[in-house]
Design a protein around this ligand. Sequence first.
Ligand SMILES: [Zn+2]
Length: 125
Amino acid sequence: MPRKTSHSYRLERNTRWLIRRRDGLLRRLGRIGPFVDGSIYRMGRTCGNKEHCQCSRGKKHVSSYLMFKVRQKSRTLYIPVDLLGEVLTYSKRYRSLKELIRQICDVQKEIVRRHVQEKARHHHR
Ligand SMILES: [Zn+2]
């Protein structure tokens, strides 16, 4: 291994480490699976059969909705009961996705920052 000053060696090693980390995060991004934006909320409602249904006596029918925004406006989407579990997973995954994107952006900025620093070091040599 060629001898280098400890400072440049550490800098180079860290940049390589950052690139490896970024590529690892990108692979995770590619494997994340289906996701959806928005938050899930449940709402009780009464049905048309007010006379005979238990919903008229307080035990309301609970429906789930996905609430999300389109150009700053709130939208809701009814979630069929048999899809609720999956939609919960998609929604949770979306939060991980956003966190993953934030981490990739942080690493990427550091790579750009180091590039500028290294260029400056070479220039002054
Ligand atoms: Zn009812």
